[in-house]
Design a protein around this ligand. Structure first.
Ligand code: ADP
Ligand code: ZN
Length: 556
C-alpha cells in the first residue's frame, strides 16, 4: 500500500542516495523487531517520497491479513509477497519497508534491481526484548533459530546500519548519508555477467540443460513451477545450509512451492547408506511424493547423495535440479548423472544413473567456498585445459590476483564446455570419454596410499604431472610438457609431485585397484601437448616405466 505521508518539514532530498540520474528506491530489511516500518516511515518523510509497507500492501492486494496467509503455508505467503514486489510502481523513487524474510532469497532481490537495499542490524538480545512485548510474535527460541538461519543472507546485503542504542532520527540520518556503491567492491562472481547454456545428451532420454550465470540459482523456483512441480525437498549439508540454504529455500517458496529443507552431515565420510536412510526419513516426514522435485544444493557429495535419494525415493522423483556449490562439482560432476554412496568395501559402490533435469551453475556460491576447495576444483579445470583447451590452460597461468576472480560465469562455461563436448561425442563411454581420466589412475594410487589424507584435487594435480612425465619418458610428449603443466598447477597452489614415504611398489599396487583397469592391465591417458592427449592400450606401458615416474619430483 502506498502511503503518501506528508513530510513534517520540507527538506531537499539528499543527492547522495542518487545512482546515476535518478534517485533510487530505498528498501529496508532486517530481522523482525528491528524497526523497519518506523524507520522507513521517518525516512520517507525526510526524503519526501511515498512510503510502502510491504506487509500492508500484501494484505491490500490479497484482501487477507498476514497471519491468515501464513496459516495456509509459508509458500502461499511468499508467493503473495513476490507478487506484491512485482507490482510496485517504478515511475518514482520509493521507500519500502519489507518483511524480515523478503530479501533472504535472491529472486526477490532481483525484482528490486536498481534499488538500494539497506539491512538494519541489531543484536538478538535487543530484538528479543522488543519482541517479548508482543504476544503475536514467535517465541524467543523460534526467534533465535530464525536469526541464525537468516544471518548469512542478511550479511550478504550490500549496506548495513546498526540500530542498537540509536534514535530513529539518527538511523535515518545515517541511511540518508549512505553511498550506495561504497562498501563492497563489485566482484566478477556477483555482478551481472553473461549467461551460458549447454545441453548434455543422455543415453536414453532427453538432453538436460546446464545454465551458467551470476545469480542464476535464484531462478530455481521459477523452473520448478514451470514444470508443474507442486512441492520441493531441498537437500543440502551442514556447511552449505547455513550459508545458502535459506536463500535458496526462499527462492523456491517465492514461486509458491512448499519447500522442506533436509540437511546432511558434510563431507565424503558421510556419503553413506546411513545418510541416505536419514534423508528418506526426512522425505517421509515431509510427505514428499513422486510428482515432487528434489533440489541438491552443495558440492559433489550432496549432489551424489541427493541424486541417489531422488532416484530411489518412491522409485524416483519427477524432477531433480542440481545446484553445485563447489568448483569441483560445477566443472565435473554437473556433467554426467552419476549418483550414489560409498560402501565400506569401496567408493561409489552403491548408486544409480539419474540425470538431472536441470543444472544451475551460479558463480556466486563460490564466494563462500574455502580456498582449499577452490584449488581442489582447479585441478579438474586445468585437466580440461590439458585435454582439449590450450587457451583455457593459458588463461589460468596468466591470471593474477585472487583465484575467485578468475572464476567468472564466462570462465566456468569454458571449463564445463570441454566435458560437455567430450560427453556429447561419446555418450556411452566407449572411447574418447576415457580422456577425462587424465591423471586419475595415478591419483587413485596417491589417494589410496595416503589413506585419503590428500584431497582429490591434489591427487589429480600430482597424477597429471606424473602422466606427463611418463609421456615424456616414452618419447611421446613435446619437450618440457611436464614442467609446463606443473608450473600452471603450482601457479594456483596445487602440489605437483608425490613426496610420501611409500615406495613405487606400494603405489603400483594401489593403482591396480583402479575401477577402469581391465584384465589386460591399466590404460593410461598420456598428454602429448597441451590440448592433445591419447589413451594407451591396456598393458601397453611397462611397470618399469611407470615405477620410474611415480615418486620422482619434477623441477620446474
Ligand atoms: P566436492 O566433491 O564437490 O569437493 P563436497 O560436497 O565434499 O565436495 O564439498 C567440499 C566441502 O566444501 C564440504 O565440506 C562442503 O560442505 C563445503 N562446501 C561446499 N560448497 C560450499 C560453499 N559454496 N561455501 C562453503 N562451503 C562449501
Ligand atoms: Zn576427478
Amino acid at each position: 500500500m502506498i502511503d503518501n505521508d506528508p513530510a513534517p518539514t520540507r527538506q531537499r532530498s539528499d543527492p547522495s542516495l542518487r545512482t546515476g540520474e535518478a534517485a533510487s528506491t530505498l528498501v529496508l530489511t532486517g530481522f523482525m523487531g528491528v524497526g523497519k516500518t518506523t524507520v522507513g516511515r521517518a525516512l520517507a518523510a525526510r526524503l519526501q517520497r511515498p512510503f510502502v509497507d510491504l506487509d500492508q500492501r500484501i494484505a491490500a492486494l490479497t484482501g487477507r491479513d498476514i497471519p491468515a496467509l501464513f496459516a495456509e503455508g509459508e509458500a502461499t505467503f511468499r508467493a503473495a509477497e513476490a507478487a506484491a514486489l512485482r507490482g510496485l510502481p517504478s515511475d518514482q523513487p520509493l521507500v519500502i519497508a519489507t518483511g524480515g524474510g523478503t530479501l533472504i532469497g535472491r529472486a526477490n532481490q532481483r525484482l528490486l534491481d536498481g534499488a538500494t537495499l539497506v539491512c538494519l542490524d541489531a543484536p538478538l538480545s535487543l530484538l528479543q526484548t522488543r519482541l517479548g512485548n508482543d504476544g503475536q510474535r514467535p517465541l524467543a527460541a523460534e526467534a533465535q533459530r530464525l536469526y541464525a538461519e537468516r544471518r548469512a543472507a542478511y550479511q550478504r546485503l550490500p549496506l548495513h546500519v546498526d540500530v542498537a542504542g540509536r534514535t530513529v532520527a539518527e538511523i535515518v540520518a545515517e541511511i540518508v548519508g549512505l553511498r550506495p556503491s561504497s562498501p563492497r567492491p563489485p566482484s566478477p562472481n556477483t555482478g551481472r555477467g553473461g549467461r551460458f547454456s549447454f545441453h548434455v545428451p543422455t543415453p536414453h532420454g532427453e538432453p538436460y540443460p546446464i545454465l551458467i550465470g551470476n545469480g542464476i540459482g535464484a531462478e530455481v523456483g521459477a523452473h520448478l513451477a514451470a514444470w508443474g512441480v507442486e512441492r520441493a525437498a531441498l537437500i543440502t549439508d551442514q556447511n552449505v545450509g547455513p550459508l545458502w540454504g535459506e536463500s535458496v529455500r526462499h527462492d523456491i517458496l517465492a514461486a509458491g512451492l512448499p519447500t522442506t529443507r533436509l540437511t546432511m552431515a558434510a563431507g565424503e565420510v558421510h556419503k553413506t547408506q546411513e545418510t541416505v536412510a536419514t534423508l528418506y526419513d526426512g522425505m517421509a516426514a515431509a510427505a514428499v511424493a513422486r510428482g515432487d522435485g528434489v533440489v541438491a544444493l552443495g558440492g559433489g557429495v550432496v549432489g551424489d547423495v541427493a541424486g541417489f535419494v531422488a532416484a530411489t525415493w518412491m522409485r524416483g522423483l519427477r524432477r531433480v535440479v542440481q545446484m553445485p556449490t563447489t568448483l569441483l562439482a560445477m566443472v565435473d560432476a554437473s556433467v554426467g548423472g552419476k549418483t550414489g554412496v560409498d560402501h565400506p568395501a569401496g567408493k561409489n559402490l552403491i548408486g544409480a544413473f539419474r540425470f538431472p533435469d536441470l543444472v544451475l551453475i551460479d558463480p556466486e556460491f563460490l564466494t563462500t567456498l574455502p580456498d582449499a576447495e577452490l584449488r581442489n576444483g582447479m585441478a579438474e579445470v586445468i585437466k580440461h585445459g590439458v585435454i582439449a583447451d590450450p587457451a583455457l590452460f593459458d588463461t589460468v597461468l596468466a591470471h593474477k590476483g585472487p583465484l575467485l576472480d578468475l572464476l567468472t560465469a564466462d570462465f566456468l562455461a569454458r571449463a564445463v564446455q570441454v566435458k560437455v563436448e567430450i560427453v556429447t561425442r561419446d555418450p556411452f563411454e566407449r572411447g574418447e570419454r576415457a580422456l577425462l581420466n587424465l591423471g586419475h589412475t595415478f591419483a587413485h594410487g596417491y589417494e589410496l596410499v595416503s589413506g585419503y589424507a590428500i584431497s582429490h584435487g591434489e591427487a589429480v594435480a600430482m597424477g597429471m604431472v606424473t602422466a606427463a612425465r611418463l609421456s615424456e619418458r616414452l618419447g611421446m610428449a613435446v619437450s618440457g610438457l611436464a614442467g609446463r603443466i606443473a608450473g600452471t598447477l603450482e601457479h594456483v597452489g596445487l602440489p605437483t609431485a608425490w613426496h610420501g614415504p611409500d615406495s613405487a611398489d606400494a603405489l603400483w599396487a594401489a593403482m591396480q585397484q583402479d575401477k577402469k583397469r581391465t584384465a589386460a592391465g591399466l590404460r593410461f591417458v598420456l598428454p602429448r601437448d597441451i590440448g592433445d592427449c591419447v589413451l594407451t592400450e591396456a598393458g601397453a606401458v611397462s611397470r618399469a616405466d611407470v615405477a620410474a615416474v611415480l615418486c620422482e619430483g619434477v623441477g620446474v
